[in-house]
Structures are given as structure tokens and as C-alpha cells.
Design a protein around this ligand. Sequence first.
Ligand code: HEC
Length: 206
Amino acid sequence: MKKISLFSLIVSALLFTACGEKVKDEAKAVTNTVSEATASTVDAAKDKAAETSKIAKEKAAVLAAEAKELAVKAAKEAEELAVKIAAEAKEKAEAAAKIAKAKTEEITEIVKKKVAEVTTPAIDTAKGATLYAKCAGCHGKDGKTKALGKSVVIAGQDISTLSASMKEYKAGTRNVNGMGTLMKAQIKDTSDADIDALAAYMATLK
Ligand code: HEC
């Protein structure tokens, strides 16, 4: 009896031990399965994340390239527009300057003409010839006669000299050969414009 009990005790112990080992193994297997499953899930998630990130990167690169292209195109268009506007502005400015210059020249010409008209009234040589008719008796048709044998020959004298001496006779301030009063009588009723016309004609007598 004692022997049997000891034997069965040993067997039971062995069985128990074996049983324990089996449970342990099973637990290990379950643990392994769980950790394997976890590892594969983590790997799958990692792969997905990597793939998503790769796609996102590629998309971003494409968008960036498109944006760059658009920016370059816009810059080019802006530059072309600026050049065009500048060219147009230059053309307009040049045209305006040309018009302004032409207008200035035109106005200058008109002003010059007007000033000339005011400062030197048109001298009427034909009128001078008519007026000289009454002088020819003493001074000669050709102006080469010494009037009354006294005056200086007037032929060959220039306009300003002739005009000045006639105006002096008119004013009573000229008397070369004692005949100033006689000449004053000849010229006193002649206007300055007519004196200039006379001088212009007389200057043609050479
Ligand atoms: C009746 C004669 C007579 C008539 C007409 C006459 N003159 Fe004279 N003229 C003289 C005499 C004389 C002198 C010289 C006066 C002096 O002594 O300064 C003279 C002088 C002049 C001189 C100055 C010449 C000089 O260089 O000293 C001029 C110019 C002149 N006469 C222009 C005219 C004109 C123009 C007319 C016509 C509107 C005219 N005369 C009509 C007699 C005449």
C-alpha cells in the first residue's frame, strides 16, 4: 500500500508536471500568435503610411511643378506686357514730342512774323516811287542831281541814312547847305511810313 501510494504520487507528479508543460506551451503558442499578428498589423500600417506619404510627396511635387510653371508663365506674360506698354508709351511720348516741336516751330514762326511786322512795317517800294515823283524835279529821276546845285547827291545812299536825314529835315534839325528849311517844307507833311517808303525806293537809285 505504501509502495503503491508513493508510485501513484510520483505518477501524479509526473502527470501534473507534463500537464503544466503543455499549458505553458499552449500559452507560449498563443503569445507567439498574438505577437506575430501584432507585428504583421504594425508592418501593414507602416507600409500603408509609407505608401500614403509617397503618394502625397509625388502629388505635392506635381503640384509644385505646375505652380512653378504657372508662375514662370505669368512672369513671362507680365514682362512681355511691361515691354509692350513701355514701347507704346515711348512711341506716344515721341509722337507728342514731335507734335509739340512742330507746334512750337509753327508758333515761333508766327510770332517771328508778327514781331517783324510790328518792328519793321512792310516797306512799300512802289509807293516810294510814286512819292519820289515830286522830288525828282530837284534831285533828278535817277537821284544823281545836286538839288538846286546845293544838296549832296542822294543816289547810292542806303535806306537808313536816307530815312534818318529826311526825318531830321521833318523835325527841323538838319541843315547841311543852308537849305534845311526848304527841305523841311518838302517833307514835313510826309508820314514816317511814307519817308521809309521813299528811302526804300531812293536806295535803289545807284
Ligand atoms: C526845290 C528843290 C527840292 C525838292 C523838290 C526836294 N529837295 Fe531834297 N534837297 C534839296 C536841297 C537844296 C537839299 C540840301 C538841304 C541842306 O542844305 O541840308 C536837299 C536835301 C535832301 C536830302 C539830303 C541829302 C544829303 O545826303 O544831305 C534828301 C534825302 C532829300 N533832299 C530828299 C528829298 C525828297 C525825298 C524829296 C521829295 C519829297 C525832296 N528832297 C524834294 C532840294 C529839294
